[in-house]
Design a protein around this ligand. Structure first.
Ligand SMILES: Cc1cc2nc3c(=O)[nH]c(=O)nc-3n(C[C@H](O)[C@H](O)[C@H](O)COP(=O)(O)OP(=O)(O)OC[C@H]3O[C@@H](n4cnc5c(N)ncnc54)[C@H](O)[C@@H]3O)c2cc1C
Length: 381
């Protein structure tokens, strides 16, 4: 087979998009994908949003790539270790070692699971278990009022469960909004009959039928930790591999590691101005993988850097945040056709400054306008 040999570890959104981008960009060489979950790549957001509906959405159904049609070899198990080898990388974990020229780590994240007896929601199997357990009338305790905790609360309340949420910080979705949306979500919680314990660690003598821990996920670097022969890699504040815009992984001494790339939730991207684009969200993966594939194939990279974006569906609302909320500054609220927006701007002008972030609730038009306003031109390769 002509072309280069590429290994991709992980078959989530990032692993799949990486393989698809390589093929779309004309790469005809051998691509091997290691898949620890052993099921056709599926989308994670529906696991919480459609917990009681059709929660398994194959990514192929959304035109994001069909692993069976990309002409890749899939190893249906976890890669156990990687190490530099002559002209590339060696990957262990199949029946015999596989050698590739370029290796892409796309191992995603793993949910924090520290509360004894608590369930988590990260995989399709987790969703299947929760769906069985959360029945009408069930007493459901959720620890964590982040995106996934609030989505599970919404879905479980909609199912007729008796839901209580504990959040250790003083705010709902504190890491994203720093307290700016508490009154909004409190209203939605109250209307859905969800009890909220804000600023409280989980502690109760009341035994729930289902206990769910939704206190965030960490980049999954088990493979890197299990690979002592690779150079020490630079990690970001949240413990992700630091890459440049091309997806290249760096040593702690600041040198790119030849032939080693990382994309998706296991990576954070250092931008040319030194700031960090933090991973962990769906839309970021698309840009990540397109840029890494462009670097690998020497093809044109995307012209724009899209702003960070988080989307959610809960309590009957379509919610999206684009951009990064700068600080505790109060947002400006504006009503839209079917919902409203909150805008965070820099500058103090009465008439409004430069947009930094926009929360759109049931406001798709305003969302796409903000997306365009916040994207940055990347220039030539
Ligand atoms: C319930 C839920 C809801 C979400 N909702 C939203 C949302 O509304 N909006 C949003 O922006 N984002 C959301 N996300 C986050 C979004 O799904 C992720 O950003 C996206 O899945 C990242 O893709 P990934 O491929 O990097 O990682 P993952 O999806 O984690 O995939 C990584 C894959 O690699 C596999 N793997 C790990 N180690 C190995 C190994 N050694 N060998 C082989 N395979 C390995 C894993 O098993 C996994 O299948 C949600 C996540 C969850 C769990």
């Amino acid at each position: 087979m002509e072309g280069m040999a590429v290994g991709i570890i992980g078959a989530g959104l990032a692993g799949l998009r990486m393989a698809a981008e390589l093929r779309e960009r004309g790469e005809s060489g051998a691509i091997t994908v290691w898949d620890a979950e052993g099921r056709a790549p599926y989308d994670r957001p529906p696991l919480s949003k459609e917990l009681f509906g059709q929660f398994i959405h194959p990514l192929s159904a959304d035109g994001l790539g069909d692993i069976a049609e990309l002409g890749v070899a899939v190893v249906p198990r976890a890669a156990s270790a990687i190490r530099p080898a002559e002209g590339g990388w060696r990957v262990d974990g199949a029946d015999s070692p596989v050698f590739v020229e370029h290796l892409v780590i796309a191992t995603g994240a793993a949910p924090r699971a520290t509360i004894p007896g608590a369930r988590v929601l990260y995989t399709a199997d987790d969703a299947a278990v929760l769906r069985e357990l959360i029945v009408p009338g069930a007493k459901v305790h959720i620890v964590g009022a982040g995106w996934i905790g609030t989505e599970i609360a919404s879905a479980a309340a909609g199912r007729g469960a008796a839901v209580e949420v504990w959040e250790a910080t003083a705010h709902i979705l504190e890491r994203t909004f720093h307290g700016a949306v508490d009154s909004l979500w409190k209203e939605w919680f109250a209307a859905a009959g969800v009890a909220l314990h804000l600023g409280e660690m989980y502690e109760t003598t009341d035994r729930p039928d289902v206990l769910v821990q939704a206190t965030g996920a960490r980049p999954n670097l088990t493979l890197v930790t299990a690979s002592p022969d690779i150079p020490a890699c630079e990690l970001s504040a949240r413990g992700a591999l630091v890459t440049d815009l091309h997806g290249r992984v760096y040593t702690t001494a600041g040198h790119p590691i030849a032939g080693l790339y990382a994309v998706g939730d296991c990576a954070d991207v250092r931008l040319p101005d030194g700031s960090m684009m933090v991973g962990g969200h769906w839309t970021g993966v698309l840009g990540n993988t397109a840029r890494a594939a462009a670097a690998l194939t020497g093809t044109q990279r995307p012209r724009f850097l899209d702003p960070p974006e988080v989307f959610s569906t809960q309590f009957g609302h379509e919610i999206a945040l684009v951009g990064v909320i700068p600080d505790i500054r109060e947002p400006r609220r504006a009503d839209t056709q079917a919902g409203f927006t909150l805008r965070w701007e820099s500058g103090q002008q009465e008439s409004g400054g430069t947009l930094q972030a926009l929360l759109a609730v049931d406001s798709p038009r305003e969302l796409s306008r903000a997306r365009r306003e916040l994207r940055r031109a990347l220039g030539a390769n």
